[in-house]
Ligand binder design. Structure first.
Ligand code: AMP
Length: 405
């Protein structure tokens, strides 16, 4: 369905070469829609979550306008978390390597000496979290006067995390002539206000939750009783034998509880909770990325901003409280053009939440059996969802996703 290729954008040869090397030929929907707008120099609001390919959409734009020489960053990407910042910088190095791009990462929670040094050694692209970026501005370690492209990535997360004042203070110091890009998974009132304040007639591109889920994720439900969830989790992990699975729980206590139980069964599991120190979090994530552990157990909060691209299975041990979180969670698999898989445990108590999820997606989620577990779908739940009695689909989407590779 995407008839366009990256070549249609007439990118710089250095960018095109990096894309060729990565084997990326077809732009994702957000890239297809956003890149032409960005290349015309417009400000842009992109409503899209991580996993849609938004990073490359703005990086390719930044690369297009890079100039040689000069001091101070030509582009800034501001991110809510250090995990996301690291991910973005990695992507920038990968796709900017033929341009000789100098990327500097700056985030809080670590000493600033090396980051300052890196800045003074030369920086074309600065990827930073708001607090540290503002520190550097206030200390005059950094000037934004050369900045031509300013990106606010995961802007809704930054606002959730209370960065609004920092963002205000930072954007006031960026040149008026800049191009401003804002990406956000959601579009609440605060984001609209932010865009009105700091952007010039932005165009909006929206990648709908429904579209992401439909296009890239094979997701299903397993009906279980609350008391059988642990046994069902073990059985499911044994059946699927994933190389990288992400298990979501409702609380951080459940995170440690479940990982303890799985470990007792000799499964290679690591728990990510906000109880861990930053250093231990990093260590846990690295070990998971390297494949030393096959299973990562986390809460929504702990998983925020986390970007691990090759997850082949997401398990919702607990149904998320908000329907949007369902989309965020399962969006961790099925990144870009790969088909991912997500399975959710549903107990009779979850009827309302399931209704809300299906309402958001606009269709029922397919139930599937798990040998030895035969829970039933609870009817009703009193929620306001439409179409409770539609027949569930019986066939997976794997076959229909053949165009993805
Ligand atoms: P993002 O939403 O920016 O975090 O991107 C998610 C993942 O998709 C990253 O690993 C990207 O390298 C990858 N990706 C981005 N664009 C494409 C593309 N056009 N084709 C294949 N993979 C892509």
């Amino acid at each position: 369905m995407h008839s366009k290729t990256f070549r249609d954008f007439s990118l710089r040869p250095e960018s095109q070469q990096a894309l060729d090397e990565a084997g990326y030929t077809t732009p994702t929907p957000i890239q297809e829609q956003a890149i032409p707008i960005l290349l015309r120099g417009h400000d842009l609001v992109g409503i899209a979550q991580t996993g849609t390919g938004k990073t490359l959409a703005y990086l390719l734009t930044i690369f297009q306008g890079l100039q040689d020489g000069g001091e101070g960053p030509q582009a800034v990407v501001m991110c809510p978390t250090r995990e996301l910042a690291i991910q973005v910088a990695g992507e920038a190095e990968r796709f900017g390597k033929h341009l000789g791009l100098r990327t500097v990462l700056a985030y809080g929670g670590t000493s600033s000496g090396m980051q300052k040094q890196a800045l003074s050694d030369g920086c074309d692209l600065l990827v930073a979290t708001p607090g540290r970026l503002l520190d550097f501005l206030q200390q005059a370690t950094l000037s934004l006067r050369r900045v031509r492209v300013f990106v606010l990535d995961e802007a809704d997360r930054m606002l959730d995390m209370g960065f609004i004042r920092d963002i205000d203070a930072i954007l006031k110091r960026a040149p008026m002539s800049r191009q401003t890009l804002l990406f956000s998974a959601t579009f609440p009132e605060e984001i609209r206000r932010l865009s009105e304040r700091y952007m010039f007639h932005p165009e909006t591109v929206r990648i709908e939750a429904q579209q992401i889920v439909k296009d890239t994720i094979d997701h299903s439900l397993i009906f279980v009783d609350k008391a059988s969830k642990d046994a069902a989790l073990v059985a499911l992990l044994q059946r699927e034998n994933p190389a990288k699975a992400l298990v979501f729980t409702a609380t951080r206590e459940a995170t440690s509880e479940i990982s303890r139980r799985l470990r007792a069964r000799n499964m290679e599991v690591v728990a990510l909770s906000s109880l861990l120190s930053q250093a231990n979090r990093e260590r846990a994530l690295d070990a998971f990325r390297r494949g030393e552990f096959h299973i990562l157990v986390a809460t929504d909060v702990a998983a925020r901003g986390l970007d691990i691209t090759d997850i082949d299975l997401v398990i919702n041990y607990d149904v998320p409280m908000h329907a949007e979180d369902y989309v965020h969670r399962i969006g961790r698999t099925g990144r870009a053009h790969r088909l991912g898989r997500a399975i959710t445990f549903v107990t009779p108590l979850d009827a309302r939440r399931l209704t809300a999820i299906e309402h958001l997606l606009g269709e029922p989620v397919r139930p599937e059996p798990l040998a030895g577990f035969s829970g039933e779908r609870a009817e009703g739940g009193g929620g306001g969802g439409a179409g409770r009695r539609r027949r569930p689909r019986t066939r997976g989407r794997r076959t229909s996703g053949a165009r993805r590779g």
